[in-house]
Every structure is written in structure tokens, then in C-alpha cells.
Design a protein. Structure first.
Length: 382
């Protein structure tokens, strides 16, 4: 396959770097122009079959599909796609499609040449960012990390048998990662220049969970120039103070958990009179029909309306959902909201399994990071 031919791929990448490429087609690899911008793409066709009602048969749907491999910005910067390229090396046999799931030869060449700025294009698509305005501010450098891959021999419906046989659900493997990046880029929707941090969750990779993320970092009047400064800007002041005080602050994804010795359960802090008033208010709010009429006559309209409109803080401890922006929620075993604060305890898991489950001993105040916005990254990055 041409995509495995290193000399051919070097020819392709060298041509793309020229102001006026000498050649523009190498099999499925092509240099094309879109909205005036030069792109290096790999073109293929889908192998889907659709039902043709008119002739009562299945027809092949030959829809054109492509992977964008490289892109030239308006300022002449050359960007290489660090996302997994599923079509490059894709094969279809006996009705089964096998897509690529690793770094390709051409990506390795672009990275090694140091003439291509490697960034995950799927991130920009997800966040609706204008790739042509991309500017690198700081990078952490490429690295090899340990990540878990699903074990094809593991049968999820027989967990006990798998454990007895010593067959793990996941298999650790070395994986290439392009490294953290701090960059500025403009929004397609507003045209406003914003600063973003792209990286993998450094807590989760310790457990083999490869979880890339993209967040817009706050500026706070001072330009952020390094990856470390970007990370520091995401940490709430309350978390920094808690750490300075020696508290064991735990993080799961975008949430921080600060231990507290005070009980957040309002019921325990109420006086006898406050408990009585709360009980009356609950009775009024739940009353209906003749019972509601009787209570209104007994209490008087003014008192009835006061109790009816009385704000009652949550006092019931129950399973709790934490959600920051549009991200998938975290679920706590026990939780309660007091005003604008959230307190949780026990097991905290993530609905997308992007984060390792943690267990909180005692009550902790849950606090999200300071990111202006975060984006779920679809697909994969190498």
C-alpha cells in the first residue's frame, strides 16, 4: 500500500511544503484547495449499502469521504493532523471494514521533520474553531504514554469466568501522544481570538485512561504564555488556599473536592422553631383539595401564602449529579446542595468512564475548574 511506502510519503510531505507543489496526486493522496486554503487529503469512498425501494435491492453507496492530513494557514504556518486518520490504510474485505487506529507513516514523517506543527484537527471541528487562525504559544513536547486498550478476548457478560481465567478487560500498551499545547485560535462563530489548552488528563493516564481534553483558559488581565500557567489559571482560589492549608484536595476531571469538617446538612443546624416552620411549609406546599382549603382557613390567608412561598433548603441526602457546562456528568453516592455550594461524599463516578472512580471519606465541597468553556473530543488522537 502506498500509505506504507516511506519514500512516497516523504515525497508527498515535501511537495506540500512548497509554495507551488510540483505534483498534486499520489493515488488517494491529493493536494486540494478549499476556500483558498491548501490542504493535503486522503480521499476514499464509503462501502455502505442502502436499500433501493424502486428496484427492491441493495445498492452500494459510494459517498466520497476524506481525511485531512495537513493544512496551510493564511500566515503560511503548516499544520499536520495529529488525530487518528481512520481512512489511511483502511481495508474492506468480506463485508467487514477495518479502519486505521494508530499513527500513520505520513504522520510520523511530518512530526519528525519539525516543519509541521502537529495538532489534532478533530478538536477544532468539535469546538467550531477556525484552523486557519491557529498560533502556537507553548508546547510540552511529544511523548510515549501507557494506555489501556480493550481486550478482544474479554467477555463482558462473563466477568467471574474472566477473572478466574485471568483474562483482563483491558491490555496496557505504549501509545504515542503529540504532547500538551497552548495555542490561540479564533472562533468560527464570533471571530474572537481565544486561548486554549490541549492535553490529556494527567491523573487518568496514571491508570491507563487516555482522556484528551480541550479547554478555553481565562486570561484575568495577564497573558498566559506557558502550559503550566494555563493549568494554574484553571485552579480555583479556594482550592489553592485549601492546598496551602495542607488539605488533601482530590480532583476528578474538571471537579475538585475540598474536605470539610462541617456538616452541610441543614437539618442538623436548624433550631427547634426553624424545624417547626420548615415542617409547616412542607405541609402547605403539599396540600391539595379540601385539605388545602382547611389549612388556609386555619392559618389565615397571609400566613398560608408566606409558608407556601417560603424557600426551603435541600436537607435530604441523596445520589447527586455534578455537571460542569456541556460535559458528561459526574455522579456522587451522596450529595446535597446548600445555596450555591455542592457537597458530596462516598463514591464519585463519571458517566462516560473517562475518569477513574474515586471514593471520598466524609463530606467534601465540590468545585469546578475555572475554564471558560470545555469541549468533548470525539474520535482519537495519537
Amino acid at each position: 500500500m502506498i500509505c506504507e511506502d516511506k519514500s512516497k510519503m516523504e515525497e508527498v510531505t515535501d511537495n506540500f511544503l512548497l509554495d507551488n507543489p510540483k505534483k498534486k496526486v499520489w493515488g488517494n493522496f491529493r493536494i486540494e484547495y478549499e476556500n483558498g486554503a491548501m490542504q493535503l487529503v486522503y480521499r476514499s469512498v464509503s462501502s455502505d449499502r442502502t436499500w433501493n425501494r424502486e428496484y427492491s435491492r441493495y445498492d452500494n453507496d459510494r459517498e466520497a469521504i476524506k481525511d485531512v492530513i495537513a493544512f496551510k494557514t493564511g500566515e503560511g504556518m503548516v499544520l499536520g493532523n495529529a488525530s487518528i486518520l481512520p481512512l489511511v490504510g483502511r481495508t474492506v474485505a468480506w463485508g467487514y471494514e477495518h479502519k486505521n487506529a494508530r499513527q500513520t507513516v505520513i504522520q510520523g514523517i511530518m512530526e519528525a521533520s519539525q516543519k509541521y506543527e502537529m495538532v489534532p484537527f478533530n478538536v477544532f471541528s468539535e469546538a467550531k474553531l477556525d484552523l486557519s487562525t491557529f498560533k502556537t504559544i507553548n508546547t510540552g513536547g511529544a511523548e510515549t504514554v501507557k494506555r489501556n486498550r480493550e481486550n478482544p478476548d474479554y467477555k463482558g457478560y462473563e466477568p467471574e469466568e474472566m477473572e478466574k481465567a485471568g483474562i483482563p478487560e483491558f491490555i496496557p500498551e505504549d501509545a504515542h501522544f503529540m504532547g500538551s499545547k497552548l495555542f490561540s485560535v479564533s472562533s468560527k462563530e464570533t471571530g474572537t481570538e481565544k486561548t486554549f489548552l490541549f492535553d490529556i488528563d494527567r491523573n487518568e493516564i496514571k491508570h491507563g485512561i487516555f482522556n484528551p481534553f480541550l479547554v478555553e483558559v481565562p486570561q484575568n488581565g495577564t497573558p498566559i504564555k506557558t502550559v503550566d500557567e494555563a493549568y494554574d489559571s484553571l485552579v480555583p482560589e479556594a482550592v489553592k488556599k485549601a492546598r496551602e492549608a495542607g488539605k488533601n484536595v482530590i480532583r476528578q476531571g474538571e471537579w475538585y473536592f475540598i474536605p470539610t469538617t462541617e456538616s452541610p446538612i441543614v437539618e442538623e443546624n436548624l433550631t427547634t422553631e426553624q424545624k417547626r416552620e420548615r415542617a409547616m411549609a412542607l405541609s402547605v406546599k403539599s396540600a391539595y383539595g379540601s385539605n388545602k382549603t382547611e389549612m388556609r382557613e386555619l392559618l389565615g390567608t397571609e400566613e398560608f401564602e408566606r409558608l407556601k412561598n417560603l424557600s426551603i433548603p435541600q436537607t435530604e441526602v441523596k445520589r447527586f449529579e455534578l455537571r460542569a457546562g456541556k460535559n458528561r456528568p459526574n455522579h456522587a453516592e451522596k450529595g446535597i446542595q446548600v445555596g450555591e455550594k455542592y457537597f458530596v461524599s462516598g463514591e464519585v463516578s463519571h458517566s462516560g468512564r473517562e475518569h477513574k472512580t474515586i471514593t471520598l471519606d466524609g463530606w467534601h465541597e465540590a468545585m469546578p475548574n475555572e475554564a471558560i468553556g470545555s469541549f468533548t473530543i470525539t474520535g482519537d488522537v495519537d
